[in-house]
Design a binder for this molecule. Structure first.
Ligand SMILES: [Zn+2]
Length: 132
């Protein structure tokens, strides 16, 4: 059974599914499907790279760097700061984010010992909404 989520937003950028084994055909990323209907192989997301070339690599880097860590929904997220390269036409109301990504790793030796973690596992990532 396949279902469709809310219609995508209009954008100059788009993405679609393709079979990673190379079967012909493109499928909407808004269809809930995980495998190629022809061979059963996994699907991968393909972006319209020509459309993304409307900005140079340096321009994209600048755009993304300016978004990182801001509170402007949803661009402050390490994922959604690259929205055009992730899921360009997804409507804002369908995005789930807690401004994930771009968080530092902190060494937490004392906490690691308290919970019995091996030394290699004693690094914690502090999430913006979870204070340690
Ligand atoms: Zn296939």
């Amino acid at each position: 059974m396949q279902s469709t989520v809310m219609a995508p937003a209009q954008t100059t950028y788009n993405a679609h599914f393709r079979c990673f084994r190379g079967c012909p055909g493109e499928y909407s990323v808004y269809e809930v499907m995980y495998t190629c209907p022809q061979c059963g192989g996994l699907l991968e997301v393909h972006h319209d790279i020509d459309a993304l070339r409307d900005r140079t690599a340096a321009e994209w880097k600048s755009v993304i760097e300016k978004r990182v860590g801001t509170t402007k929904w949803p661009y402050g997220s390490g994922v959604w700061g690259m929205r055009e390269w992730v899921m360009p036409s997804l409507r804002d109301e369908n995005i789930v984010s807690m401004y994930e990504g771009n968080t530092n790793l902190f060494w937490a030796e004392r906490l690691g010992k308290q919970i019995g973690a091996r030394p290699v596992d004693q690094t914690l990532r502090q999430q913006p909404h979870r204070q340690l």
